[in-house]
Design a protein around this ligand. Structure first.
Ligand SMILES: [Zn+2]
Length: 483
């Protein structure tokens, strides 16, 4: 089946970079792009008029978590100061013997909700870190998204002492077994759903994985021919924990155990020797990342909510580091995330000329594809996968525009994503995910989150309720007003 998109502005790929084609034509046949140009005179089975719309490559989300984020929603504006801007520890760490919020979540419901949101934001390729399982494999198949899956594993856990102090508890055997489970999962499912599902190894965090586990992970990744993603440089606490434990920064430590390389992705890397809070002279982290061709998955919004930012998106790229984008927790709106990447970098660098709209779209497409070793993703050119996003730029919010890429990055949100194709199949149409009752899905997610919020006193170290932990923005209105 041959489909022609005509009349729209197209972000096409030629000579090693994106090019803009105003009012052009793009043709794809089955799962591949076959033509991009001014006009197409050949036959087509389906013709779509996309005038006033921007046609971009499917976005690559290098770092997201596939759940309802009930925990993440408890920590806006609040949290413990000793976690040094790491919000997740507020619901991820629990007293010994207690099950923290994340482990109580219904993974199937969470994954379904998250993957639908990701598709609606134009993410055609996603790397959900964490709880991959058999139902998630089915969900990926049903929704038609492209995903790199594997269950995450670790040899250490965060536990809170009676006084609330954070500590690590180690279980090397659990780490080994987790890696084995991940290897089996990848062997069982990689290549499923017409090759849309692939495997990747996810040792969870640099501070909850031993050197032995990380060395075994590198060996397994090389044997399986898959990549690796790990959280590293997430917060000051973790950075100094690794420095204390190994006399190395997280980046130096990961290089030392052989984990870094062109197939490795570091989630966040906010705190490195490039960040002023690290206060570490003679830092080599950027040089190491560039030399080993390691990718950083940059998720600006979730850190902005904690009052922190990468220093900086521009400086990493200028040093030769491959920086892709992710959304981490919520919202999973990669269109808006491009704006956050651009604006936060301008603020951090005090320079309005850096982190341009083009840089942000490159990060969300080509840099993501490079991290995955895929020259058939993140670009629209003959031979590339027909992973395509059509964004409607005709709206009052976007207004008049000269440059559709700036209109996208500066003004658009995921709500402007109108149609999405993965492997040439329509997965989002008129902004709705095909085959999904979105109202029912949202109601289900709300119910699931409320169930989890009711569990807060069961795992919180001070037995706080959700309202005590995260008080509402305004005090409730308790009496009627007026006659
Ligand atoms: Zn993460």
């Amino acid at each position: 089946m041959r489909t022609l998109l005509h009349g729209g502005d197209i972000v096409a790929y030629a000579d090693g970079g994106h090019r803009l084609l105003r009012g052009g034509a793009l043709v794809f046949e089955n799962d591949r792009v076959v033509f991009v140009g001014r006009e197409y005179h050949g036959a087509a089975d389906r013709r779509l008029d996309v005038r006033g719309k921007l046609v971009i490559p499917g976005l690559v989300n290098l770092h997201c978590h596939a759940d309802t984020e009930a925990g993440g929603r408890l920590i806006a504006d609040v949290g413990r100061r000793d976690y040094f801007q790491a919000g997740f520890l507020n619901y991820f760490a629990a007293p010994k013997g207690k099950t923290p919020l994340g482990a109580r979540a219904d993974r199937t419901r969470g994954a379904r909700f998250a993957l639908v949101e990701l598709l609606k934001s134009g993410c055609t390729t996603v790397l959900p870190i964490g709880g991959a399982d058999e139902p998630m494999v089915e969900t990926v198949g049903a929704l038609g998204i492209r995903a790199y899956l594997s269950p995450a594993f670790k040899s250490g856990s965060y536990v809170l002492h009676d006084d609330g102090a954070l500590a690590y508890e180690w279980d090397e055997e659990a780490g080994r077994q987790g890696l084995e489970r991940a290897k089996q999962f990848i062997a069982r499912h990689a290549g499923a759903h017409d090759g849309r599902l692939r495997g990747m190894l996810y040792p969870y965090q640099v501070d909850t994985c031993s050197a032995e586990l990380l060395r075994a992970t590198r060996k397994a990744a090389d044997e399986l021919g898959v990549g690796i993603e790990i959280h590293a440089g997430q917060n000051l606490l973790e950075f100094h924990e690794i420095l204390r434990r190994h006399c190395k920064t997280p980046v130096e430590f990961l290089e030392d155990v052989g984990l870094l390389g062109p197939d490795a992705i570091l989630g966040h890397c906010i705190i490195s020797t490039a960040h002023h809070l690290a206060a570490l002279p003679a830092g080599r982290d950027l040089e190491i990342l560039a030399r080993t061709r390691t990718t950083v998955a940059h998720c600006p919004l979730v850190f902005a909510r904690r009052g922190n930012a990468l220093e900086s998106f521009h400086r990493f790229r200028a040093a030769g580091v491959n920086v892709g984008l992710g959304t981490d927790t919520y919202p999973r709106d990669l269109v808006s995330e491009m704006r956050w990447a651009s604006l936060l970098c301008k603020i951090v660098d005090h320079d309005f000329t850096v982190a341009t709209a083009g840089d942000a779209l490159n990060a969300a497409t080509l840099a993501g594809a490079r991290a995955l070793g895929r020259d058939d993703l993140g670009r629209l050119t003959p031979g590339a996968k027909a992973d395509i996003v059509i964004v409607n730029l005709k709206s009052i919010r976007i207004g008049p525009y000269r440059d559709p890429v700036r209109a996208l990055v500066n003004c658009a949100t995921m709500d402007d994503v109108e149609q999405v194709f993965v492997d040439g199949r329509t997965v989002v149409e008129r902004g709705r995910v095909v085959g999904v009752d979105e109202d029912a899905l949202l109601a289900e997610a709300q119910e699931e989150a409320e169930r989890l919020w009711r569990t807060v006193p069961d795992w919180h170290w001070e037995k706080l309720t959700a309202d005590e932990l995260a008080p509402p923005s305004f005090a409730p209105l308790t009496n009627d007003l007026g006659a």
